[in-house]
Design a binder for this molecule. Structure first.
Ligand code: 9D3
Length: 253
């Protein structure tokens, strides 16, 4: 899968591309990430990317011309002219695991990172095919959001997690079902490792008992409990057994 990122801060991405999963996905050829400096697509001496908003108001707005020029330069490189062009913006649809799965189906994505107060609306209306936000909080620009989209998408590509089972296995190993962030499961149960006692805090006995049925039940209950307390919205999307329902009822009393 190929990613083209249009940004005024290409160097912003270098460290995340040099570590962990993204580094491996690039080294193994599963992902190609090209960074494009928006200023390279300006045509004035000052390499101007922004201007004052029509109608007045604070701050600056990204001009449309450099962004159109950058995307059109990418289009002219390839046969296939129709690929998703995503504007990262606070007005976009929310990134979820389902959206990441949808994006991971594309052979190629263009990501446009805005800055300042925003991007000329003609980019959203006539150039971008999609507008995505990573959540209801204020960032200073689209770069961190683009990095989040890239990581969430790349880890879904076949072969990237190394062993194809690990993702699947997650969903079996976690009695709660699929991992929390995918929006189809419960929050994860607590995890512990050695030492069994650390500064007087003990690992729950059941986890040391070797009784796998009791361990499974304990994990399921902790996951149900944490989800009910912190993310009751997730419970609505999960299929619950009779045993689960009884435990939830017990929690509520
Ligand atoms: C404080 C400025 N806001 C005035 C009401 C508007 C605003 C403009 C531009 C807020 C943030 C930004 C820059 N943010 C992004 O480009 C962005 C973003 C985000 O801020 N939150 C979550 N997802 C994203 S994706 C891109």
């Amino acid at each position: 899968m190929r990613f083209d990122v249009i940004t005024i801060f290409p160097e912003f991405f270098t460290s995340i591309l040099e570590h962990g999963l993204l580094k491996r996905a690039i080294a193994s050829g599963h992902a190609v990430i090209r960074l494009h400096d928006l200023r390279e697509y300006t045509d004035d001496r000052h390499r101007t990317v922004d201007d004052r908003p029509f109608g007045g108001g604070p701050g600056m707005v990204f001009k449309p011309e450099p962004i159109f020029r950058a995307v059109e330069a990418l289009r002219s490189e390839v046969q296939e002219k129709s690929f998703p062009v995503i504007l990262l913006s606070p007005q976009g649809r929310l990134l979820t695991q389902a959206v990441a799965e949808e994006l991971s189906q594309a052979a190629r994505l263009v990501l446009i990172c805005g800055r300042y107060e925003g991007v000329d609306e003609r980019v959203a209306e006539n150039l971008a095919t999609d507008e995505i936000s990573i959540g209801d909080f204020v960032l200073s620009g689209g770069e961190l959001a683009a990095a989040v989209v890239i990581e969430a998408t790349i880890r879904l590509l076949p072969g990237v997690l190394g062993n194809e089972e690990s993702r699947q296995q997650d969903s079996f190993a976690v009695p709660a079902g699929r991992p929390s962030a995918d929006g189809h499961g419960l929050l994860d149960c607590p995890h512990y490792t050695r030492p069994a006692e650390f500064r007087n805090w003990k690992v729950p006995d059941v986890l040391l008992s070797g009784d796998h049925e009791q361990i499974r039940l304990w994990r399921r209950r902790r996951a149900l409990e944490k989800t009910w307390r912190r993310r009751p919205d997730l419970l609505a999307q999960v299929s619950l057994s009779e045993e689960d329902r009884r435990w939830l009822e017990a929690l509520k009393t």
